[in-house]
Ligand binder design. Sequence first.
Ligand code: RTP
Ligand code: MG
Length: 145
Amino acid sequence: MEKTFVMVKPDGVKRGLTSAIMQRFESKGFRLCGAKLMQMSETLAKTHYEEHKERPFFGDLTKFITSGPVFAMVLEGEGVIDEARKMIGKTDPKEAAPGTIRGDYAILKSENIIHGSDSPESADREIALYFTKEELIEDRSSTRV
Ligand code: RTP
Ligand code: MG
């Protein structure tokens, strides 16, 4: 079953939005395979955002993402990668539609509450960066009520 990696960023955790965000994905019908509150190291931050390492905002981005605990999640369900990105909304919260997570909870591009994998390749890479196989409970579709 398709899986994605979603992470409430330090601003979201600090503002107490973790459960409200998790609720949206669960209510939609996606299943939680794994979740943890954690402090990202500088090394993990640089690896996670490796694709942006030449961009001018890279330093601020890694500083921000390590500024406090994050809440990492793996979600499972049909089309979850694209659907979670839709639910998250555009990168700049000012352009994110109302009803999306960024549209409803954020104002600044640099503090946009949540991360979600942008492709199947990113999802595989990011899930492996944050979770061991043992930490994930996979494919519960047959036990779904
Ligand atoms: P994310 O990876 O965090 O889920 O965000 P995203 O896919 O929507 O956006 P991405 O292009 O991957 O950018 C990663 C994060 O870098 C910050 N950013 N700042 N100043 C800028 O022009 C700029 N562009 C991107 C954002 O915080 C974005 O979430
Ligand atoms: Mg991205």
